[in-house]
Design a protein around this ligand. Structure first.
Ligand code: HEM
Length: 136
């Protein structure tokens, strides 16, 4: 399968748009977290924003899965893109799982993993649309 021509350009644009929107959703995760952490210790005041943060994580995951489908289906020769977006999906699932352990099982110590992992996820999500623009 070739990625040259108009179809390849359209697919690359779709991939860039999906991963670009995923990185925006991921950036916003920091905003929602900043708001609920302001209410640290007052779980009732914070819970609405923690829910927003949970939904935001789902939005980022759906966008990353969609980008992976586009890359596997239309951009298969671009191994950098489909492997990279697959890594993003795996990291987002892990991040959400850790978040659930913090919230539901009270494993607060995992926040020290959850936050740096979010930064790594941010880096991957910004790298992907930039990488998509470069020719192999
Ligand atoms: C890649 C982006 C991120 C994703 C996908 C994500 C996902 C999640 C999810 C799914 C939860 C569990 C919510 C629930 O069970 O209702 C959670 C909890 C949490 N997240 Fe994130 N998160 C991200 C980034 C961040 C960032 C940047 C911070 C802080 C700067 C953060 C801080 C927290 C904290 C403190 C909790 C626990 C909330 C509590 O119960 O006190 N997260 N996260």
């Amino acid at each position: 399968m070739s990625t040259s021509g108009a179809t390849g350009t359209r697919s690359t644009t779709s991939f860039s748009a999906l991963t670009g929107l995923a990185s925006l959703a991921i950036l916003l995760q920091g905003l929602w977290a900043g708001i609920f952490l302001e209410h640290d210790g007052q779980r009732d005041a914070a819970s609405g924003w923690i829910d927003v943060h949970a939904r935001g994580g789902e939005v980022a995951l759906v966008l990353a899965v969609a980008a992976t489908v586009v890359a596997l289906w239309r951009l298969r020769p671009r191994r950098d893109l489909w492997i990279g977006s697959l890594v993003l999906v795996v990291l987002l699932v892990l991040e959400s799982y850790l978040g659930g352990l913090i919230r539901d099982d009270g494993k607060d110590a995992l926040t020290a993993v959850h936050i740096p992992l979010a930064m790594a996820i941010m880096a991957v999500s910004v790298w992907l649309p930039l990488r998509a623009r470069s020719r192999r």
